[in-house]
Design a protein around this ligand. Sequence first.
Ligand code: DGY
Length: 326
Amino acid sequence: MKPAVLVSREVFDDTLALLAEHCAVTSNQADVRHPPEALAALMAAHDGAVISTNDRIDAALLDRCPRIRVISNVGVGYNNIDVAACTARGVMVTNTPGVLTDSVADHTLGLILATCRRLTEAEHYLRAGRWQANFLKQMLGKDVHGATLGIFGMGRIGQAVAKRARGFDMTIRYHNRQPLPPEQAAGAQWRDKDALLAESDIVVLLTPYSPATHHMIGARELAAMKPGSVLINVARGGVVDDAALVDALRRGHPWAAGLDVYENEPQFDPRLLELANVVLTPHIASASEPTRRAMANTAARNCIAALTGQVPPHLLNPEVREATRA
Ligand code: DGY
């Protein structure tokens, strides 16, 4: 009998076809958002689940689904999943690194350009019929070329952002817990957190969210940023204290921010909408059609592998499989 897989949200037809070759699939192409109770009830009848980063998987939910053997996240960030609770129950957890690196890096550059050159503000100005004349000091922005870029989280995506930034003649600095080997840093210099904030014209956040990075950028850090600088958050809501950011942006320090992620998504601080010095996108950094398809199909392959006795390509808790084999 084929193993039973729940796909919690809408995916591409080819993702379902891929899964159906090996599994009996319960899909959700209507894209109904299941509250935790309903998700647990559905998952309880399945061996595996392909889930979205909006689905929360915690110990209480897992206890209601003893049949589940794999949680396959459609996304690289997996702070929505209590991996330790999964490991303790022998449940494999997988994610989709790699396939979204370039699309997220592209979007990051888009946010940098839109924020520094006031693109959305300028478009609103034009659409509102306020463009009556051309004048020297119209919509003055910041130059992106030649700026100093400070990257928090110089992993795969950080390095892809740095590669693009070199094309803009930017000076690149970064902060990771440990400096990278020189061949990976490719000329970018490591700085401690405060030095990176003080030196950068543009600060980009790509740090994974965890209790350790909760409000990593709060009122103190925002005050420590270089005057006239810009903050870009493409990491996760919660890495930035959004209330402190709104207060800081109101004072014009940082000068502006470009945000793709927010605390309590899809809710966000409504005061952000009152600010002209922000560019806001709804967590779409990875949302090109080929990339979202690749993410869903990678998640499907991870799930199939886990349920057919193979090692999933992107297994986050290999100790589960080792325990099963022992
Ligand atoms: C990810 O893959 O983590 C993206 O943020 C999409 O959720």
